[in-house]
Design a protein around this ligand. Structure first.
Ligand code: C2E
Ligand code: CA
Ligand code: CA
Ligand code: CA
Length: 278
């Protein structure tokens, strides 16, 4: 019945693409979500490898969908980017993160926060002012905010990206290169970039237990970063063995399921109380 007569099928289920009808539905739902309070932010801890102290958190978008439940970005970031809704989504995430960050400061538990930024946001002429407005309105200090750009975006070498990072860095905001190692940039590019932090992509961390090329890559990134005064965060740390290798190679900060999953703010606060060493 559903596929009867002259139903047009322009999509295939096999290649993982979202069917056209489903995309339209998702877009409509996302507009509603942005007009109401369905977008939330989860926080995942960043931990000092040597002391175990929580040194910060990454804010990650979540969507409380009325019918489908809690959605992770894999289900909606792409469509948000394609439709331009990423601008409003990004604003919302930044605002929610900064508001929470301010609340933690007021509670005597300050914590630096990292927020993801997509290409579309950086290309928007009003982006710099919007970020500064949100910081001003929420009272979250610029120096406690780090913006994460994927390596591909960071290396795009566009004038606009350079301008935005320069202006926001002058305001005290830090910048991180996300998913480092997945793009095509050589390590030699590092020294020319106006960034503070490199986040080593999870794919390099996953094989760390086994002696071999991943270990070498991580060691190389670390020694390079050290000599150029960049901070390094290892992403996706899941096992104690991985942590041991990172510690041995001199990596200072790690993030991953081993320490904590992304959590709602209240959950994060309890996790922090329980996990934080004396
Ligand atoms: P990302 O920036 O690389 O964020 C890390 C992702 O890895 C998160 O997925 C996190 O839940 C997951 N992760 C953390 N630790 C581990 C681990 O130990 N093992 C494994 N297997 N995974 C781990 P999430 O929250 O689903 O986000 C996926 C991506 O969506 C993010 O990747 C980021 O690129 C994007 N994203 C999330 N929030 C935003 C946002 O507000 N704006 C934009 N533009 N993109 C966002
Ligand atoms: Ca990130
Ligand atoms: Ca990442
Ligand atoms: Ca990623």
């Amino acid at each position: 019945k559903a596929a009867g007569g002259n139903t047009l099928r322009v999509y295939s289920h096999s290649d993982g693409e979202v069917p056209a009808r489903e995309r339209l539905r998702l877009e409509t739902d996302l507009r509603v979500a942005l007009a109401s309070d369905q977008i939330t932010v989860f926080f995942q801890p960043k931990v000092d490898v040597d002391t175990g102290h929580v040194t910060g958190a990454e804010a990650l978008a979540r969507w409380n969908h009325p019918r489908r439940g809690l959605l992770t970005p894999g289900a909606f970031i792409e469509i948000a980017e394609e439709t331009g809704l990423i601008l409003r989504l990004g604003d919302r995430v930044l605002e929610l993160a900064c508001r929470q960050g301010r609340a933690w400061i007021d509670a005597g538990q300050p914590l630096p926060l990292a927020v993801n930024v997509s290409m579309r946001q950086l290309e928007w002429a009003g982006y710099t002012d919007r970020v500064l407005e949100i910081l001003e309105a929420t009272g979250f200090p610029p120096s406690m905010l780090e913006l994460e750009l994927t390596e591909t975006v960071a290396m795009a070498n566009s004038e606009q990206v350079r301008l935005v990072t320069e202006r926001l860095r002058r305001a005290g905001i830090r910048f991180a290169i996300d998913d480092f190692g997945t793009g095509y940039s050589s390590l030699g590019h590092l020294q020319h970039l106006p960034f503070d932090t490199f986040k080593i992509d999870r794919s390099f961390i996953s094989g760390l237990e086994v002696e071999g090329s991943n270990r070498l890559i991580v060691e190389t990134i670390l020694s390079m970063a050290r000599s150029l005064n960049y901070e390094v965060v290892a992403e996706g740390v899941e096992t104690l063995e991985q942590l041991e290798v990172l510690r041995a190679t001199g990596c200072k900060t790690a993030q991953g399921y081993l320490f904590g999953m992304p959590m709602a703010a209240t959950m994060f606060a309890s996790w922090r109380r329980a996990f934080q060493p004396a």
